[in-house]
Design a protein around this ligand. Structure first.
Ligand code: TRP
Ligand code: SF4
Length: 457
């Protein structure tokens, strides 16, 4: 029952539903109706889980500021798996997010032993060119961890809030783990919190679209977001069982606590390192005892939000942090073209975005399908699209129109559709996609300056 998620070894995940119970990831279906214009991965259940995505969906609906961030360790060839993540980042940018794209060269240096020059070259030649070719807009930020002072500074500060026992519980780190590897973890947390720094407009919902292998980083970062904040809101209970809210600010300046007392409307008691909110007057003028979840407590969610807002504002005014814990989405991984798992070390299992269109098309022709051994049998029994890597390619990448995809699926199931012609269609689409993508990559090379990427071949 112990599913281990390890960001540095691509362990196969056999049962995604375990992640809900074991790690507290929520089913994406629950928030889907709140998303104004869902991405095809959302509609097709490729994205199966999330943490806190509601706040992001809300920002999309209301036009409030929000961000999306992803990072890539520059480790080798950019392939369809990376395209999935890039597509999601770009989609969020189109929906109004400030988008951030970090090249995790610190991680590649620490974990893979790559030189900075190699990281730069792979980072740009593989990942950045494809990101731009796929449609990332220049108002987003592309950066290298090693060149980003605010990320490095924040990483160091975050490091003060996490000790070795926590890292080994989350990542299985041992006495053999090198220090830079641990620092690269703090750096990834800093990547994720960076959009909430003052220079980018302060606290706001941030989403990190990832595969479930990256969830350990999210758990760490969400915890750190809370620990970094000048104030923490806690529900307490007095001797009579009455609930109230306590604003804890151990490291906060005295003046900040006094200011909070001034700004919170209601009955507030100030102590050395905290304040107790015994009664809160919410925006509608309703007074309520300020417990969080108790029936008698702060009943209006708007009231609680207002209180949180006041606390956040004071923290920022006094130079502190007030991070919102980052949200995330989790997508299913594609399987390998030959069945089994997709792996960058098995060339026939994946298609690189830089592969010649002819070779890419050939790989589709050779891919494992869900068809039967003989045509007669397939006509009678139908095929199995859900066990077919060709169908998966269409579902993930090659067919935009849901209706067309559904038709293919139904024709396959009913035995009307044969693998030969189906593969032919998919391999032509793959050929055209690769050709077009590679032309766009060459155009992207000319535009690197516009994106603030400093690189010459
Ligand atoms: N660890 C990620 C990988 O292996 C890279 C990464 C670095 C990242 N910073 C990030 C991913 C921030 C998401 C968000 O590719
Ligand atoms: Fe896959 Fe198409 Fe064959 Fe169905 S007909 S099993 S979708 S290749």
């Amino acid at each position: 029952m112990n599913t281990k998620l390890d960001p540095w070894s691509s362990s196969e995940i056999s049962d995604y539903s375990k992640l809900f119970d074991e790690f507290g990831i929520s089913p994406f279906e629950d928030v889907l109706p709140e998303v104004p214009n869902p991405h095809k991965y959302m509609r097709r259940k490729v994205i199966f889980g999330h943490r806190d995505y509601g706040q992001v969906a809300k920002a999309m609906r209301t036009g409030a500021p929000f961000s999306a961030i992803d990072g890539f360790m520059p480790s080798g060839k950019v392939h369809l798996g990376h395209k999935m993540v890039m597509d999601q980042l770009i989609w969020h940018q189109e929906q109004g997010a400030d988008a951030f794209f970090g090249i995790a060269d610190r991680e590649a240096f620490a974990v893979r032993g790559f030189s900075w020059e190699t990281c730069k070259e792979i980072g740009v030649e593989e990942y950045v060119l494809s990101l731009i070719a796929l449609g990332f807009k220049p108002d987003g930020l592309i950066y290298f961890q090693s060149e980003c002072e605010s990320v490095k500074d924040l990483a160091f500060e975050l490091g003060a809030k996490v000790n070795f026992s926590e890292l080994s519980a989350i990542y299985g780190f041992s006495g053999e783990t090198n220090l830079s590897h641990m620092l690269s973890v703090a750096t990834q947390a800093a990547d994720i919190l960076q959009p909430e720094l003052e220079e980018y407009g302060g606290p706001k919902p941030v989403v990190v679209p990832v595969g479930p292998d990256q969830d350990p980083h999210l758990r760490l970062t969400r915890g750190l977001a809370g620990k970094m904040n000048m104030f923490r809101l806690e529900e307490r209970e007095d001797k009579t069982g009455r609930k109230y809210l306590s604003v804890r600010g151990k490291a906060a300046p005295k003046e900040a606590l006094q200011e909070l007392k001034k700004r919170i409307p209601g009955k507030v008691k100030l102590y050395e390192e905290h304040l107790d909110v015994l009664e809160f007057t919410d925006p509608a003028g309703l007074k309520s005892p300020a417990g969080l979840k108790s029936p008698a407590g702060l009943k209006s969610p708007a009231g609680l939000k207002k209180l949180e807002e006041i606390v956040r504002k004071v923290a920022l005014d006094f130079g502190g942090y007030a991070f919102l814990p980052p949200a995330s989405t989790y997508h299913r991984f594609m399987s390998g073209l030959q069945g089994g798992k997709m792996s960058s070390s098995v060339p026939d299992s994946h298609i690189a975005l830089t592969e010649s269109p002819k070779d890419g098309a050939k790989k589709v022709q050779r891919a494992k399908t869900g068809g039967c051994v003989t045509l007669e049998e397939q006509k009678k029994e139908g095929g199995k699209p859900d066990e077919c890597s060709v169908f998966e390619l269409m579902l993930f990448h090659l067919i935009e129109d849901d209706r067309e995809l559904l038709e293919i699926r139904e024709e396959c199931l009913s035995g009307e559709r044969m693998c030969g012609s189906c593969k032919k269609l998919a391999s032509e689409l793959m050929h055209d996609f690769l050709k077009d993508h590679q032309e766009k990559r060459e155009l992207a090379r000319e535009k690197l300056d516009e994106y603030g990427v400093n690189y010459k071949k």
